[in-house]
Design a protein around this ligand. Structure first.
Ligand SMILES: [Zn+2]
Length: 113
């Protein structure tokens, strides 16, 4: 069986990965080692091993990117609602100030503006 082409590290994206052989006392399994973050995973030909992790990682990244987009959209919508609320608060505050002035003028004959 020929060795599959190794995918980039699923943890850091590094393409500089090598296969190593564990010592016999540790099963003597072929492992893949990332030379950047030193993550390792078995090079399991039947189940994909390292490359399967890379595939899962790509799927996880796609999911996270989609969620990130949705969250950004939600934040933008909330910012828009917040701006409207702040505008409404400003209008109400101005109205309250005017109302207080009107009440004061109506009840205090010496306090005319
Ligand atoms: Zn890595």
């Amino acid at each position: 069986m020929t060795a599959p082409e190794l995918r980039p590290c699923p943890f850091c994206g590094e393409t500089d990965v090598i296969t190593i052989k564990e010592p016999l006392e540790k099963d003597g399994l072929a492992m893949v080692l990332c030379l950047n973050c030193y993550a390792e995973a078995p090079l399991n030909y039947e189940n994909g091993g390292w490359n399967t992790r890379a595939d899962l990682s790509q799927a996880a990244i796609a999911t996270l990117e989609r969620e990130n987009y949705e969250l950004r959209e939600a934040v933008t919508a909330l910012q828009g609602r917040l701006e409207i609320q702040q505008h409404n608060n400003s209008v109400l505050r101005t109205g309250n100030i005017q109302l207080q002035r009107d009440v004061r003028n109506a009840t205090d004959p010496f306090g005319q503006d």
